[in-house]
Design a protein around this ligand. Structure first.
Ligand code: GLC
Ligand code: MG
Length: 249
């Protein structure tokens, strides 16, 4: 066992089964104390909804918190100051009003609650039955107006529009570079579409057994020895993957 960087999504990845979660918490906490393991949460939730979650679930305080699908990074989730250098990178080429104006022409896109509309993320509900028709049209309208974005569809209901420099994967690379931690000493865990970018480098990847079809599909098309599809679900899947890669015994 040695020092490593542990990055995990929250909903339906770390969170979902409280018994293995409490065991994983113990193991990670010990690794952090003994070896300096760094713990990062990377969630689609806003900071506001992260605070709601930690009222209900017992999780360790992270070394960094990445919120709103990789568009904000907090050193201390209890103050509201996000990492400004990251915000600067993310803001490049982002025209929130211009994007909202185009997206508002799509009556099938239903705005998510105000708490999930953050400076660098615009989020809608979109029904799975029409997603394949709407997403290409939205992308093409945005491109036609020279609006640079990433469109991310997750869990058959959520459509996020993000800046071109944002996303969970880029936020992870930013932290990894800042801390100088190698890809093979980094492990990322996820369950759905907004986690795909976490798996795009050579970090060790754990896909929990309950992963959603879009992530499973991506995994089957991009299999390598450094990505592992767990049999177990939620935190038990993470424990299985950490053992598989030798991060824990
Ligand atoms: C979280 C966010 C939501 C987002 C979804 C998928 O549930 O609260 O705004 O659309 O993740 O990324
Ligand atoms: Mg999730």
């Amino acid at each position: 066992m040695a020092n490593f960087l542990f990055v995990t999504d929250l909903d339906h990845t770390l969170i979902g089964d409280d018994i293995p979660l409490s065991l994983l918490n113990k193991i990670l906490n010990k690794n952090r104390t003994d070896y300096g393991t760094k713990i990062v949460y990377s969630t689609g939730r806003s900071l506001y909804r992260y605070h709601q979650l930690i009222q209900e679930k017992s999780i360790l305080p992270p070394d960094r918190l990445i919120t709103s699908v990789g568009t904000e990074i907090y050193i201390n989730p209890s103050d509201h100051n996000f990492d400004l250098a990251w915000a600067n990178e993310v803001s490049e080429g982002w025209d929130r009003e211009g994007i909202c104006a185009i997206a508002s022409h799509f009556s099938d896109l239903l705005l998510q609650p105000q708490s999930e509309q953050t400076p660098f993320k615009i989020s809608y509900y979109l029904s799975e039955s029409i997603a394949d028709e709407i997403i290409p049209r939205l992308k093409s309208d945005l491109a036609h107006h020279n609006l640079l974005t990433q469109i991310i569809y997750s869990a058959s209901y959520a459509l996020d529009i993000l800046p071109i420099n944002g996303g969970k994967g880029s936020a992870l690379q930013y932290l990894r570079n800042k801390w100088g931690i190698a890809a093979d000493k980094t492990v990322v865990c996820g369950d759905s579409g907004n986690d795909i970018s976490l798996f795009q480098g050579e970090e060790r990847g754990i896909i929990v057994g309950n992963a959603k079809p879009e992530l499973l599909q991506w995994y089957y098309n991009h299999q390598t020895p450094f990505r592992y599809l767990a049999k177990d679900h939620y935190a038990a899947g993470i424990l299985e993957g950490l053992t598989h890669f030798g991060f824990i015994q």
